[in-house]
Design a protein around this ligand. Structure first.
Ligand SMILES: Cc1cc2nc3c(=O)[nH]c(=O)nc-3n(C[C@H](O)[C@H](O)[C@H](O)COP(=O)(O)O)c2cc1C
Length: 241
């Protein structure tokens, strides 16, 4: 595949076929990802690759936590607060998500992206149940046979976040080149304990993001979603007049 073609054809995939991904293919993608630049070549990242039973079990553990907190959110405030302090299902990820609205234009873009996806799926604005069900699919990795969890060493401060982002994009493009689909998933950073049960995470490493990997399910409308990207004039900071 031409590089530009791979770049443009990579889009977040949210429905995967059950076709397994061969270990050799996974290794090749990971080796390609390791070609990424990083600050002073520190490579401050590690990945946990969940496949087979581990992937299945993790998916069920994350999904069960999602349903539990979803239920808590629907409770009256005092119960919600009590549960927030006592429930084992509360998010325990290393990086806290932004609670509530994103600032300014970013909230508008977030809404536009969500709206576009739900419209394509025929989910109405008020259909909370269907939206929750769509959200729930995140936690079983949209049925992908492989889930990759990205960890960084926070001692490398912001450079570790930049480096891991670059590495993730290399990984996703390498996967695209091989006919595979990916979805980077911040949602998979919500809980850390289920991962600790299955992986020997080295001391100090923090969970940044997850990523679903597999062969895209054919003819699934969700995989045709192509959200808008910025125009060049929105991207470039103009020079002073
Ligand atoms: C850091 C990061 C976190 C993301 N988290 C999620 C997520 O939790 N669930 C999801 O369905 N998509 C997630 N996405 C995918 C974005 O929604 C997607 O990249 C964006 O809408 C642009 O679409 P594209 O990837 O198809 O170009 C995430 C993307 C990034 C880069």
């Amino acid at each position: 595949m031409e590089f530009s073609e791979a770049l443009k054809s990579r889009r977040s995939i949210r429905a995967f076929s059950d076709k397994p991904v061969r270990q050799q293919v996974i290794d090749e993608i990971l080796l390609d990802a390791l070609e990424s630049p990083s600050s002073s070549n520190t490579q401050p990242y590690k990945v946990a690759v969940a496949q087979g039973d581990v992937c299945q079990q993790l998916g069920q553990e994350l999904l069960s936590r999602y349903y539990k907190i979803n239920k808590i959110q629907r409770q009256p405030l005092p119960i919600k607060l009590f549960k927030a302090l006592t429930s084992k299902a509360m998010p325990d990820g290393d990086y806290k998500p932004i609670l509530g609205k994103y600032p300014g234009i970013f909230q508008d873009r977030r809404i536009a992206t969500g709206k576009g996806l739900y419209k394509l799926l025929g989910i109405g604005r008020g259909d909370k149940k269907a939206r929750d069900e769509q959200m729930a699919k995140n936690f079983t990795f949209f049925d992908a046979p492989v889930a990759i969890f990205i960890f960084i060493h926070p001692g490398m401060k912001y450079t570790a976040l930049v480096d891991s982002g670059i590495m993730m994009q290399s990984l996703m493009l390498a996967a695209t080149d091989k006919g595979l689909g990916t979805c980077p998933q911040g949602a998979l950073g919500m809980w850390r304990t289920p991962l600790e049960k299955h992986f020997d995470i080295p001391n100090g490493y923090k969970l940044v993001c997850g990523l679903a990997l597999g062969y895209p399910k054919e003819d699934e409308i969700v995989n045709q979603y192509r959200p808008d990207k910025l125009d060049l004039n929105e991207f470039i900071i103009s020079t002073k007049k």
